[in-house]
Design a protein around this ligand. Structure first.
Ligand code: HXC
Length: 258
């Protein structure tokens, strides 16, 4: 499918989705968000895809929601139209892993979009921020909730209240990103991580994603029980037999996703 605001390529079991509005530093307008929801849904249901990488340009992953498009809206427009709600909900339903590969600015909705992915690999040029306060609004697709869980209350308050940006080193130090790599190697490293995931059992990968995400939704005791039952359930799969046999026989596992 041809998109106006995205470039999508599928190769070697990985869907690479690139945000492509260079004239506006990949600002998230309604077209882009709707195309992104469609592209993610398509990748999720494509049997050739086992992992998704979401990226932007070297200068910007995304500089936030499109301010030009938003500026004239009234409360009634935003509320009755459920501004950003349906597309964001669609993204959260994706069951395959999504890696955010972030270079340059990831601000406002851009930072929030990166945090909606399953983990973030950042280039050493990445800059994260929630500067909505400068526009007289608050974050709208998870910033106050997710950033707080990632980096703790103090840093999250600092970022949201002052609107300051966090560089890649601080983002790694505070747990926002899983690793920082040189800008020139960003895509190579993200694709290598996606390839590693693509080699695993898709069934187990899906279970991991569900279990880790559950830790955000439930009290510890419920989360631990959910994990234990999932662990038990996976003994019913052929991939568990194959994975453990392969280890004992000192060979590579051949997973069949069942
Ligand atoms: C619309 C944007 C934009 C945005 C940049 N542009 N960010 N357009 N919405 N969020 C446009 C600029 O208007 C400009 O277009 C072009 O991109 C290049 O940007 P410059 O400002 O000239 O670049 P630079 O001087 O390098 O500064 C980069 C920047 C700055 C620091 C990232 O652009 C910036 O502060 N942008 C806004 C960041 C922000 O406030 N994000 C939060 C948005 S609110 P022209 O046509 O002039 O060349 C939000 C709410 C989330 O995200 C709600 C849920 C999604």
């Amino acid at each position: 499918m041809a998109y106006e605001t995205l470039i999508v390529e599928v190769a070697d079991h990985v869907a690479l989705i690139r945000l492509n509005r260079p004239e506006a530093l990949n600002a998230l307008n309604s077209r882009l968000l709707s195309e992104l929801a469609t592209a993610l849904k398509a990748a999720d249901s494509n049997d050739r895809v086992r992992c998704i990488v979401l990226t932007g340009s070297e200068k910007a992953f995304a500089a936030g929601a499109d301010i030009k498009e938003m500026s004239g809206k009234s409360f009634v427009d935003a509320f009755t139209g459920d501004l950003f709600g349906p597309d964001v909900e669609a993204m959260l339903r994706v069951r395959k892993p999504i890696i955010a590969a972030v270079s340059g600015y990831a601000l406002g909705g851009g930072c929030e979009l990166a945090m909606m992915c399953d983990f973030i690999i950042a280039s050493d040029t990445a800059r994260f921020g929630q500067p909505e306060i400068n526009l007289g609004v608050v974050a709208g697709i998870g910033g106050t909730q997710r950033l707080t869980r990632f980096v703790g209350k103090s840093k999250s308050m600092d970022m949201h209240l002052t609107g300051r940006f966090m560089d890649a080193a601080e983002a790694e130090r505070s747990g926002l990103v899983s690793r920082v790599v040189p800008a020139k190697k960003l895509l190579e490293e993200a694709m290598a991580a996606a390839q590693k995931i693509a080699e695993k059992s898709a069934l187990t990968v899906m279970a991991v994603k569900e279990a880790v995400n559950r830790s955000y939704e439930t009290p510890l005791r419920e989360g631990l029980l959910f994990e234990r039952r999932l662990f038990h359930a996976l003994f019913a799969t052929e991939d568990q037999k194959e994975g453990m046999s392969a280890f004992l026989e000192k060979r590579e596992a051949q997973f069949r996703d069942r």
